[in-house]
Write a protein of this length. Structure first.
Length: 636
């Protein structure tokens, strides 16, 4: 495991019913392929050494003897292989036959896990041949020439670098309380399921949902392999499913009904799973049974690391197929939050500063929808445009057109005179375009909004977004402050999509032009040609990078080193390593130094899985040291 990743696989070999020699050869072939691709753990179907559909042949001593010999062949084959392989075979213990998983590595049997729940309904009648793990008493015996121990207690297999593996077999996951529940609570990061599930109309869809839910419920990776071509089709057909899930999300799926053997490989992020578990107090406080017996796997040589899983460069952006549903839900959350606040304080007026930029546009759209929902007159929304020294014609005209289109009350209040007077009062040279020059304008605008709200007995709707709050890209007690921040839970990259979505609903070109306008606070005068000098992303970095950093830093607590590796993969075609390192360093520095602004944020609705509210998701001392994070950035 490196950077928290481990490569796992589900293998579906071709089989011949009761032909152990052939079956073992097929299993060996897939193990060799998986080892060559750097797979660290692979699971095969239930009873794959003999074939699942042997029926009463499981009563034949010859088949049982050959199954044991087959396991010996697999042990010999894997003697020099680091990969952990999980294969299924029948095993006799104290005169009873059990449907078992054998966990093998480097020529050794690490452990034997018996099946707990035996299906004995419909087309299944396993109790005809097998005993349940519930009938088992602990036993030590020899299997395939090796001493082994078996018991009904949970067993977890751990690798040299601490990854923990639990095993369950087919019907176990269909039970009301699957063994994987207790295995996960005992620490198993990965659950492997050896299965022989026949295919019926609609069953696979249900199975996929079941496995996804079990993976989510246990906050684990779930690797599933079911038998396929070669099993008897006397009464049923086995399609050969191979699937890997991670905390409810399907990473890979094989081709069902394939006539060829197959391996489906996925890279599981164990660190991410463990972060989720530490964060989820319901998982932490779940009632646990006795801890599982721990079996340590063989030590292995470090492998070369290659990140093979796809990394979405825009984790906050919904997939195209989900875009409409997701945008509607986000807007509904924002609208409902603001509507409740307006209703609670009995306000029929709302005041918003409209700049012609993305954030204020979304805030205005949300406010309009909230007023409509409450049955209030849109004229109660006072949109104030406050031109300053850096305001461009483009943003000014877009602000005015948008307010006219939406039918809100428009006010224009220039800040130039007031800020110029302020500069004289404090003795600041207006030709010096420093932070005082910029912040004075932001605070003057906020004062206007607050005072107008007092005049009309209204509420100031904040426009700042999640990305700006994470970077501290807001003037303290300037645009940092409002009476309700509707965008506080929405990152900058997502705001573009939300405004574009509403633009599609309203069929307005103004909204689309706002989306295309470079992001700028417009606090520095434009050049002679009206070109913006002050582009936010030139100063603090691309928002798509920062939103990526925010997601993995806050959602999972990843280190800069891991975030850098993920960003390299996600933005391979967009940014070189030096650029990613530069802005990641900037993010770490700004995130820590700007916490004081987040410690006193106004109320606002949480929208997604990441929030910076000091009353909810993120509580951090404003004077926390960031030395560890910057040092790691320096060493990238």
């Amino acid at each position: 495991m490196k950077y928290g990743f481990i490569k796992v696989a589900a293998g579906v070999p071709a089989v011949k019913v009761a032909d152990v020699e052939y079956n073992v050869q097929q299993i060996e072939s897939l193990i060799a392929q998986a080892e060559g691709k750097g797979v660290e753990m692979i699971v095969f179907p239930e009873l794959c050494v003999t074939g699942y559909s042997c029926q009463d042949l499981f009563r034949e001593q010859l088949l049982l003897d050959k199954a044991e010999e087959g396991l010996m062949l697999l042990l010999d084959f894997t003697r020099k292989l680091d990969i952990i392989s999980v294969v299924g075979l029948p095993v006799v213990v104290k005169g009873l036959l059990y449907n078992c998983a054998a966990v093998i590595q480097r020529g050794s049997i690490l452990g034997i896990v018996p099946k707990t729940y035996l299906p004995n309904y419909g087309e299944f009648y396993e109790k005809r041949w097998f005993a349940s793990a519930q009938d088992l008493s602990p036993a030590d015996f020899y299997l395939a020439g090796s001493p082994v121990s078996i018991s009904p207690e949970p067993v977890i297999f751990t690798t040299g670098d601490g990854v923990k593996l639990g095993i369950e077999i087919c019907e176990d996951v269909w039970a009301p309380i699957p063994p994987s529940n207790n295995l996960a609570l005992a620490g198993a990061d990965i659950i492997m399921n050896l299965s022989a599930s026949d295919d019926l109309l609609g069953k696979h869809q249900y199975l996929r949902s079941l496995l996804a839910q079990q993976s989510a419920r246990t906050i684990s990776a779930y690797v599933y392999a079911s038998c396929g071509f070669g099993e008897s089709t006397q009464d049923v057909v086995y399609g050969g499913a191979a699937m890997v899930f991670e905390n409810g999300k399907q990473l890979v799926e094989g081709d069902r009904f394939s006539l060829q053997p197959q391996i489906k490989i996925a890279q599981v992020d164990v660190e991410r799973l463990r972060s989720e578990r530490r964060h989820n107090t319901t998982f932490i406080n779940a009632q646990r049974q006795a801890s599982a017996r721990l079996v340590v796997a063989k030590s292995v040589e470090p492998r070369d690391f290659e990140l093979i899983r796809d990394i979405d460069p825009h984790p906050f952006i919904p997939k195209e197929a989900d875009m409409q549903t997701t945008c509607e839900e986000i807007l509904n959350i924002q609208v409902a939050g603001l509507a409740k606040r307006l209703y609670h304080i009995k306000a029929e007026k709302a005041v918003i500063g409209i700049s012609g930029g993305l954030d204020s546009t979304l805030a205005l759209l949300v406010t309009v929808k909230a007023f409509d929902k409450l049955g209030l007159d849109r004229k109660g929304i006072i949109g104030i445009t406050m031109p300053g020294f850096g305001t461009t014609d483009r943003t000014y005209n877009n602000a005015m057109t948008l307010m006219k289109t939406l039918g809100v009350t428009i006010r224009e209040i220039s800040i130039a005179k007031a800020v110029t007077q302020h500069f004289e009062d404090i003795g600041h040279d207006a030709k010096v375009h420093d932070i005082t020059y910029e912040n004075s304008q932001a605070r003057e605008r906020t004062q206007i909004l607050m005072d107008v709200a007092n005049q009309v007995n209204g509420l100031v709707v904040g426009t700042g977004d999640l990305s700006e709050l994470a970077l501290g890209w807001a003037t303290y007690n300037g645009d940092h402050m409002s009476m309700y921040g509707v965008n506080a839970g929405v990152p900058k990259t997502l705001i573009r999509y939300l405004v574009t979505f509403v633009a599609g609903e309203m069929a307005t070109e103004t909204l689309l032009d706002i989306v295309d306008t470079p992001i700028s606070p417009e606090l520095i005068p434009a050049d002679k040609n009206g070109k913006i000098k002050q582009k936010t992303e030139d100063l603090v970095g691309p928002y798509e990078l920062h939103d990526f950093f925010i997601y993995y830093f806050m959602r999972f607590g990843f280190s800069p080193q891991k975030i850098f590796v993920l960003a390299q993969k996600a933005f391979a075609k967009s940014y070189d390593d030096a650029t990613i390192k530069k802005w990641l360093t900037t993010f770490c520095r700004r995130f820590f130094t700007q916490q004081f602004k987040r410690s006193c944020l106004p109320d606002g609705p949480k929208v997604g899985t990441v929030s910076l509210s000091p009353r909810g998701d993120w509580r951090m001392p404003s004077d926390a040291s960031y030395t560890l994070w910057l040092k790691e950035c320096e060493n990238l």
